[in-house]
Design a protein around this ligand. Sequence first.
Ligand SMILES: Nc1nc2c(c(=O)[nH]1)N[C@H]1C(S)=C(S)[C@@H](COP(=O)(O)O)O[C@H]1N2
Ligand SMILES: [Mo]
Length: 341
Amino acid sequence: MIIKSKPSVLSSEITSESAYLNRRQFLKRTGQYALMAAAGSVLAGCTDADEKVIQTDASAIPAPGSPDWKQLLIDQRKPGPFATDEAQTPWADVTNYCNFYEFGTAKTDPAKNAGSLITDPWSVTISGEVEKPGTYNLEDILKPHALEDRIYRLRCVEAWSMVVPWVGFSLGDLLKRFNPTSRAKYVEFTTLHDPEQMPGQRSRLGSLPWPYKEGLRIDEAMHPLTVLAVGLYGKVLPNQNGAPIRLVVPWKYGFKSIKSIVGIRLLEEQPRTTWNQMAPHEYGFYANVNPDVSHPRWSQASERRLPSSLWNPERIDTRMFNGYAEEVAPLYKGMNLKMYF
Ligand SMILES: Nc1nc2c(c(=O)[nH]1)N[C@H]1C(S)=C(S)[C@@H](COP(=O)(O)O)O[C@H]1N2
Ligand SMILES: [Mo]
């Protein structure tokens, strides 16, 4: 890996997060096993005996397991707030140019490999600092929420971006249902860990410590911009985009928007998160989009808006908080965003 010192580089020179893995794959073996052991104990903490499995009320929504129950909910969606009127990135690009390392590190690997992931039935365990912990079927998670179109910019830390019409609902509305305690200061999210279904989790080369984890401060999690998405372009979310349910935090770099969530844990302390653990000086916990804070290996001042090509590179300026400063800057008042990047 050549380390670039120019303030601005061609998009083709920007390497993905995988470059980091490739450089480190031989160095980190020992550390990874330690991390995986730690992650295992964290997961064990999600299955406390006091948590109960809530059964689906089958009469309330379309029959679970019927192939179209999610589509029927999505068909009832309403237009949502914060929409951008920028050109939407075509379906083909959003669903073929993906980061989902559980299915491989190349951009087209998730589209190739994620199709067989079983996303129905699915359940999500809500645990930690909540009065109503439990393992809930996806139907029960979705049932009380009216779905909305959320047309957001998505800015990857690799300096490309898209405009994506997600279908989802406010994460804050979901969290409130489980009565967070006064000690709930952070939220940790966990992706499914199932090496049989996720080839990237079996890979012996250049891999992350699984399961993938992300986290937010509680005020970030409760912010009305923050959604859980279950659809894309009015369709059920394709597996490669994080089916059946994924986080979307549009003012942060894309790696915060964790896919295929099975665990939501409320915590008093800031959780450890996957990319931050892998490379703390490259990927911060906050990861707010910020054109003034360079990645150590490339500038974040501009981005390639997909679809882009050599002839039409579609290079545009990156905006503070990915253009959502009006909504979210107050969350970070008085914070040094160069230190807490
Ligand atoms: N579980 C999991 N979630 C993940 C990732 C991943 O590798 N695994 N990649 C992240 C990154 S780096 C980005 S940019 C977005 C990409 O979302 P998209 O492929 O739907 O555009 O997903 C994020 N969520
Ligand atoms: Mo990303």
